[in-house]
Design a protein around this ligand. Structure first.
Ligand code: ASP
Length: 288
């Protein structure tokens, strides 16, 4: 069957002059996902897409991650296989260039979530080399961090994610982030938590969320959206999940692929850049 792929680069305030550059990287991530999805591997597809996005300094994930209160990077990431409901996540990792690849390794271990130093040690065991934490810091995030420190303003957009149905009908989702700028050291957001920032379930859908993570955790936002597919059309399911985040005081966006192989997205923020491809065609946009 025809696969479905949708990727995002975060919901929030994206300056218009950056739309084109972000959409170019998202289109490359979509292609990486599409190739693996066409070969029948949804999990490889979401990991491939998120790896492309983590490698781009434009997004708040991998290289270009937001800095925490003490001025260093701590990243969260997750992968989930809807078919088996297997999932893997890493939290507050400081020295891995592609946290989504480490999350993929955790998925194959006896655990679902590894944090901090233990996650780094597991990375070495699995042959993922340590990177210099300074190599993850971009001038752009350093300036943003200085501004946030002055104004107490944490607004941004740049978390990344992917949702896929492959040619065998298998669903998967992956999400990766540097988290909220100026967060406390040790803070873990919604991204690595199954059902909060990332979720996939066979027969229903796969979803990746972005926004103010604490509210996505409290709303169990991606689980909420995927579960709502039992009663609602996908667009409505996404609206209900983001409305629940908003009712708690947060905001953000979400992408979703349903079991019929269609891609969907919704956000209540000024912008959210996405690229998608499914049986109905392909597209890329920073506003719905
Ligand atoms: N959800 C992410 C977090 O709270 C941030 C984001 O999506 O912008 O860590």
């Amino acid at each position: 069957m025809t696969p479905a792929v949708i990727v995002h680069g975060g919901a929030g305030a994206v300056p218009e002059e950056e739309f084109a550059a972000r959409l170019e990287v998202l289109s490359r991530a979509r292609l990486a996902a599409w190739e693996a999805a066409a070969a029948g591997d949804a999990v490889a597809a979401v990991v491939a897409a998120v790896t492309v996005l983590e490698d781009s300094p434009l997004f708040n994930a991998g290289v270009g991650s937001a800095l925490n209160r003490e001025g260093f990077v701590e990243m969260d990431a997750a992968v989930m296989d809807g078919e088996t409901r297997a999932c893997g996540g890493v939290a507050a990792v400081r020295d891995v260039r592609n946290p989504v690849q480490l999350a993929r390794e955790v998925m194959d271990s006896e655990h679902v979530l590894l944090a901090g130093e233990g996650a780094s040690r597991f990375a070495r065991e699995r042959g993922i080399p340590a990177c210099d934490p300074a190599s993850l810091v971009t001038r752009r995030q350093l300036e943003r961090w200085r501004r946030a420190r002055r104004r107490g303003d944490g607004e941004k957009a740049g978390t990344v994610g992917a949702a896929v149905m492959d040619s065998r009908g298998r669903l998967a989702a992956a999400t990766s982030t540097g988290g909220m700028v100026d967060k406390r050291p040790g803070r873990v957001g919604d991204t690595p938590l199954p059902g909060a920032g990332n979720y996939a379930e066979a027969g229903l859908g796969a979803a990746s969320g972005t926004g103010y993570g604490e509210y996505f955790v409290r709303a169990l936002a991606t689980y909420r959206a995927v579960s709502a597919l039992r009663q609602h059309q996908p667009q409505r399911a996404l609206e209900l999940a983001i409305a629940e985040v908003a009712a708690l005081g947060g905001h953000g966006g979400m992408i979703l692929v349903d079991a019929a192989g269609r891609s969907w997205w919704h956000h209540d923020t000024a912008a959210m850049c996405v690229a998608w491809r499914d049986a109905a065609g392909e597209g890329a946009s920073c506003r719905r």
